[in-house]
Design a binder for this molecule. Structure first.
Ligand code: PLP
Length: 451
């Protein structure tokens, strides 16, 4: 259903559920185009949203990679509701409430290594990234490595929208117009269609790209570099899958040169690859883990930074009454978010949702790669329950084809997908089954050649 904004107020209300769409400046959106042809949903359950007119929409992206347990899971909803009735808010600066501590312990149970013993709560992935970068810089100072002030990221990385995150991130449009952090550099991206197009799972070419970190080390000296941050698998920038052996090599280099390794697991955390974190999937352990999204299955905003004991210990002062880290958010470990976290992690375990991903992933891979050969498709990538379909751009108009596919999938096929430029990113909730996969793929097979 296409709505032109010119129709009268009453008509708009009937079709969108609100009187006008003017006052909200929507994030990362083409505001004008949206308001002329809105896509609004006002209910959700399991794998489906409902449009305002009641039409179900299959969620092919877990919202924004976050509703891993499916929508409105009754156990999570109940836990939030109960907590809201009991304690709405308590400060966490020099104070606290039991749920925050329980939530930290519950989260650490998902990490196999006993080295990780501390959790710092935030409200989002962006805040978690900026917190992790600060923790890394402070750690180097506290242990006397005063020269270690440089942060290294990777081209085509997405680490949220804080000033730290955009600086270490590798997306020029997200940085344009803003002052960035000093002392930041980037290694090259792993994305290479010429070598790796249509790879299934981890591409076999490209492990040596990790050695680009040696170039940066050579440039500044290891004694100047505090940390390297990377997404184990880059989701938001178009599903960029690390080559075999790449993360292992990155780990080796960081260890050898005494550089902290930060994994940004905002997308890969909580089952997207069939394991609690990418840490377990790749068997590569960083020094700091950043997460958010699936932490509460998207129900209440929350992010977390998971920290090794030696890093936390470096912050501890002789005087126990001195504040050890001058950083925090009013809503760090918010009671509702803490309750949602505990219930969500229980749902993941009790319902074996990560196993579902492992069991489905080969069907998912086959289904995705069955799109090879259709018009415009120049690459297909997959890992766990993540899929990327890269399309050629239409006459140099980068993003037009992606946008058209996205719109048609929503309006004509009632399926929510996500696009980055001309790359389609898929990441359905972990409760998906074969029939949902078939429906997404069949629709894409119809729609892509039309765009
Ligand atoms: C890898 C990664 N880091 C950070 C973020 C930012 O998270 P948020 O939007 O919650 O701030 C995202 C969001 O997609 C992400 O994919």
């Amino acid at each position: 259903m296409i709505l032109q904004i010119k129709v009268g107020g009453l008509e708009i209300k009937k079709m969108t559920g609100v009187k006008n769409l003017k006052n909200l400046w929507m994030p990362f959106s083409a505001n004008k185009a949206f308001k002329a042809n809105p896509r609004l949903m006002n209910k959700s359950e399991g794998l489906f949203y409902k449009k305002v007119d009641g039409t179900p929409v299959l969620d092919g992206t877990s919202g924004l990679w976050c509703c891993n347990a499916g929508h409105n899971h009754p156990k999570i909803v109940k836990a939030i509701h109960r907590q809201a009735e009991k304690l709405d808010y308590a400060p966490f600066f020099q104070m606290g409430h039991p749920m925050g501590f329980k939530a930290a312990k519950k989260l650490l149970d998902f990490i196999p290594s006993n080295d990780f013993q501390y959790v710092f709560f935030t409200n989002s992935g962006s805040e978690s990234v900026d917190t992790a970068l600060k923790i890394a810089l402070g750690y180097q100072q506290h242990r006397g490595k005063r020269g270690k002030k440089i942060l290294v990221g990777r081209e085509r990385a997405y680490h949220g929208v804080g000033f730290g995150g955009i600086s270490v991130g590798g997306l020029p449009l997200n940085k344009r117009h803003f002052s960035l952090l000093q002392n930041v550099d980037h290694i090259i991206s792993t994305h290479n269609l010429e070598k790796n197009a249509f790879s299934r799972g981890l591409p076999s070419w490209g492990k040596n790209l990790a050695d680009d970190l040696l170039r940066i080390i050579e440039k500044y000296g290891a004694d100047q570099i505090a940390a390297f941050i990377t997404e184990p698998l880059a989701g938001s920038t178009g599903v960029l899958i690390p080559p075999k052996g790449y993360l292992e090599r990155i780990r080796e280099i960081c260890t050898e040169h005494d550089i902290l390794l930060i994994f940004d697991e905002v997308i890969t955390g909580f089952g997207r690859l069939g394991t609690p974190f990418a840490v377990q999937y790749f068997d590569v352990t960083p020094d700091i883990i950043v997460c958010a999204k699936g932490l509460t299955s998207g129900t209440v905003p929350m992010g977390a930074v998971i920290i090794k004991k030696e890093i936390y210990d470096a912050y501890q002062k002789e005087d126990p009454k001195t504040i050890d880290f001058f950083h925090g958010y009013t809503y760090s470990a918010h009671p509702l978010a803490s309750a949602a976290l505990i219930a969500t992690l229980e749902v993941y375990s009790d319902e074996g949702l990560f196993n579902n991903v492992s069991e489905l992933s080969s069907y998912w891979e086959e289904a995705l790669h069955s799109l090879k050969g259709i018009d415009h498709v120049i690459d297909i990538r997959n890992l766990g329950l993540v899929g990327g379909i890269e399309m050629s751009s239409e006459n140099g108009k980068v993003g037009k084809r992606g946008y058209d596919v996205f719109e048609k999938m929503f309006h004509d096929e009632n399926i929510l997908i996500r696009v980055t430029g001309d790359i389609i990113a898929l990441s359905p909730p972990l409760i998906a089954d074969k029939k949902h996969i078939d429906r997404i793929i069949d629709s894409l097979r119809r729609i892509i050649p039309l765009c």
